[in-house]
Design a protein around this ligand. Structure first.
Ligand code: ACO
Length: 431
């Protein structure tokens, strides 16, 4: 961490405390409160961590006001336009764009680790047929801890690297198997001659009865979806991975914890919730009704795919995603798609409404991704698993960074206790 350049002064009951401050390479300064409790005997209170930096990191930077997202300094629109998912994985994991030789080796390593241990197939068969693929993923990724013992010594950098490669390589296989299981089709083994996105599509859509040819444009769109979701600094699931691993837990268990967190509708589950909402709206003439509901404080309904904790301007990923939605539907010959039409009108109506403007609520990455995934043939239940497989690289990159950080210590937030103070136990007959 850089040296402290300035300080903030806190005054409590006439006593002042100087708190060191750090300046990042980009973004707001931070006040270092690590010694606050020891020196002043007080905690800070920040539910939802809206003003708290939990770590220092060199991986991803977001300027929510400008609508900017950088991975290792490279803007997401450039990466989505010029790079591809595995190159972005390398960038996130190792900190620099690879040379041609480094990329070739990395792609070969990932490709050669896509199969999962054959005994893991038994885990899938233990789930109910109608299990949500995210439920299966939480279980199956956690179960990897029981199969890959030779990459669980987190004090060994090489084992950490192997665990990272295994996760990036095998999570798509697990996601595809969860899907195949849920529709009663046989599992499809990965193919080493296909690239990452095409291989995933193949594992999801191929059947033994006939040849399945992956359309390169669909594979490119899939790759772009993966690229756009690869990392997003200290979001809820990434922070969950960091918190779980702060105890020294097994890497596969930590990523399973991240998947569990991602599942929620306020986070990764929003893409499924958004498409379901667009279908419920059904046609553009019902948009005013739903906008009114989203604004009504007595109605819990929110516009799914709108709003973001950090972006208070356009989510740059949403812009690329909207473009992809048009391209994919065009390619698939889907004309006048009513859901896309509803989405576009809903976006316009919300952006023109003062409620959304004042609260700085813009479409986020999930607003258009579901439309593309559905056009590709995925059911809504697969949207969040696809998010999970693309975010796996972000989780492992942040996990690796954290384990290597000498400042890493177990995460242990404090609380503002508002419960009863000490009182004597009352025997049951006297209550
Ligand atoms: N529709 C209507 N009103 C909204 C929405 C929305 N989608 N999002 C926020 N608001 C309102 C809130 O009611 C609140 O109003 P108030 O100030 O009058 O009480 C205000 O905007 C601020 O909202 P918060 O919930 O405090 O903002 P927070 O940063 O905690 O939440 C979140 C961000 C969870 C993403 C929220 O905008 C939301 O629920 N969006 C819908 C779900 C969604 O799309 N999630 C995906 C996020 S992106 C991702 O995970 C990849």
């Amino acid at each position: 961490m850089a040296d402290s350049t300035k300080s903030a002064t806190l005054s409590i009951d006439g006593q002042t405390y100087d708190l060191p401050m750090f300046s990042p390479t980009a973004g707001p300064d931070v006040i270092d409160i690590r010694k606050l409790y020891a020196e002043a005997g007080v905690f800070t209170y920040d539910p939802g961590f809206t003003s708290t930096a939990s770590c220092d990191s060199t991986i991803t930077f977001i300027d929510g006001g400008k609508g900017e997202l950088l991975h290792r300094g490279y803007p997401i629109d450039q990466l989505a336009g010029k790079s591809h998912y595995l190159e972005v994985c390398y960038l996130l994991l190792y900190g620099a764009l690879p040379t041609a030789a480094e990329l070739e080796e990395f792609e070969s390593t990932i490709t050669r680790h896509t199969m999962i241990h054959e005994q893991m197939h038994n885990f899938f068969r233990g789930f109910r047929r109608d299990a949500h693929p995210m439920a299966i993923m939480v279980g199956a990724v956690g179960a990897m801890a029981a199969f890959y013992h030779d990459s669980t010594d987190i004090s060994d950098p090489r084992q950490r690297e192997i665990a990272s490669h295994r996760l990036i390589a095998k999570v798509p296989t697990i996601a595809a198997m969860a899907y195949k299981y849920s529709i009663g089709q046989p599992f499809v083994y990965p193919r080493n001659d296909l690239d990452y996105a095409a291989n995933f599509l193949h594992m999801c859509f191929a059947v033994p009865a006939e040849e399945y040819v992956v359309d390169p444009i669909i594979a490119r769109a899939m790759d772009r979806i993966l690229t756009l979701h690869a990392d997003h600094e200290q979001n809820a699931s990434t922070s969950t991975v960091r918190l779980a691993s702060s105890s020294g837990a097994n890497p596969f268990a930590c990523i399973a914890a991240g998947i569990a967190c991602l599942w929620g509708p306020a986070h990764g589950g929003a893409n499924q919730a958004c498409l379901e909402m667009l279908k419920e709206i059904g046609s553009p003439d019902r948009i005013p009704e739903y906008i009114a509901r989203a604004k009504d404080k007595d109605d819990p309904f929110r516009l799914m795919g709108f709003g973001h904790r950090v972006y208070k301007n356009f989510d740059p990923r949403a812009t690329v995603m909207k473009q992809s939605a048009d391209e994919v539907l065009d390619l698939l010959g889907v004309e006048n798609n009513p859901i896309l039409a509803t989405a576009k009108e809903l976006e316009q109506a919300a952006l023109a409404d003062p409620y959304f403007a004042e609260k700085k609520l813009f479409p986020n990455v999930d607003f258009y991704s579901g439309i593309i995934l559905e056009a590709m043939g995925f059911p809504t239940s697969m949207f969040t698993p696809i998010f999970a497989l693309s975010r796996t690289v972000g989780w492992v990159s942040q996990w690796k960074e954290m384990i290597a950080d000498p400042q890493n210590k177990i995460g242990r937030p404090r609380q503002l206790y508002l419960g009863d103070t000490a009182r004597d136990y009352v025997d049951i007959e006297n209550r």
